[in-house]
Design a protein around this ligand. Structure first.
Ligand SMILES: O=C(O)CCC(=O)C(=O)O
Ligand SMILES: [Fe+2]
Length: 295
């Protein structure tokens, strides 16, 4: 029988909006060292690309799968009583190696729904030279034929998930990703990357950490980094996902043109400040502004 889990959410409205616009959420060094070491020992003797048996190990389930930081984020995005992974993959990186092709994993669907999450865990330190996974922020809404994607080389704006042992990153399943180039020699060791999915079992509703000051009309739906989507499509797609997660997708009707949530970024973050200034179009917010528009 599939196991489910209940716990408290840890993400706020702003965090959920950040996930909607970028398609991932990183938890650095979430898993304690002792569990990372046990996982590495386990993977040294279980060399399968699908070591699903690790899901039978209580120390692994408690330390990684039900890790409080990870489970709290999964709970925020998938609701209470989410179902636990039933399959485990291990992507081993050996070096030196060229980057993998950009891809989405098979079975990807596009749209505002978020019914499962693809989660990755590094049991060892993964500095850039060890070939971390690279993600393209906002690409969970970008459709491209897989065979075409495989021809792209480096894409400006990709984010390396380099991080310390115990880091976990949570992704929208269809985000574009690839293993980055590894420059470290073989002697630097294998890079293990465990990958698994959690599943929603309840209808979506806004039951993460609700901030009563949060105003969806002025929320920041612009992807962080380069904007790849056509025009303001990043905002429209991210806002639609936020409404879907809130159980309010029936109220989301983008008028088009310059209406909400279309948004122009006026200043870009600098190395000293990540402040972003926006020019916002407030007309078209569902149920807002004039109180006369129902759709
Ligand atoms: O090894 C990695 O960093 C990513 C691997 C991956 O995404 C895959 O093989 O599907
Ligand atoms: Fe993949």
């Amino acid at each position: 029988m599939t196991r489910t889990h209940s716990c408290e959410p840890t993400m706020t409205d702003e965090d959920v909006v950040w996930f909607c616009r970028n398609g991932y959420w990183i938890l650095e060094a979430a898993v304690p060292d002792e569990i990372n070491r046990r996982a590495l020992d386990y993977l040294a003797s279980n060399t399968s690309g699908e070591p699903t048996e690790i899901l039978q190990e209580d120390w692994f389930v408690d330390g990684v799968i039900l890790n409080p930081a990870a489970a709290g984020a999964v709970r925020s995005l998938l609701g209470d009583g989410f179902a636990l992974p039933t399959l485990m993959a291990n992507h081993r990186g050996r070096g030196p190696a060229k980057p993998q092709d950009w891809h989405r994993d098979s079975g990807s669907r596009h749209g505002p729904e978020l019914n499962y999450l693809q989660v990755f865990y590094y049991p060892q330190d993964v500095p850039p030279e060890m070939g971390p996974t690279e993600l393209l922020p906002g690409s969970h809404f970008l459709y491209q034929r897989e065979k075409h994607m495989a021809h792209y080389g480096a894409i400006k704006g990709g984010v390396l998930t380099a991080g310390p042992a115990g880091s976990i990153f949570i992704t929208a399943y269809n985000i574009w990703h690839r293993r980055a180039a590894r420059t470290a020699p073989a002697a630097a060791g294998v890079r293990h990357l465990l990958k698994y999915n959690y599943w929603r079992t309840v209808d979506p509703r806004r039951d993460w950490i609700v901030n009563s000051e949060f105003d969806v009309a002025s929320a920041d739906f612009v992807v962080d980094g380069l904007r790849f989507a056509d025009g303001v499509r990043d905002c429209v797609d991210a806002a639609a996902m936020y409404f879907w997660l809130s159980g309010k997708i029936d109220e989301f009707h983008y008028l088009g043109g310059q209406s909400w949530p279309a948004d122009i970024l006026l200043t870009k973050p600098t190395p000293d400040s990540d402040e972003r200034a926006h020019y916002r179009r407030r007309f078209g917010v569902p149920g807002d502004i004039t109180d006369r528009r129902s759709r």
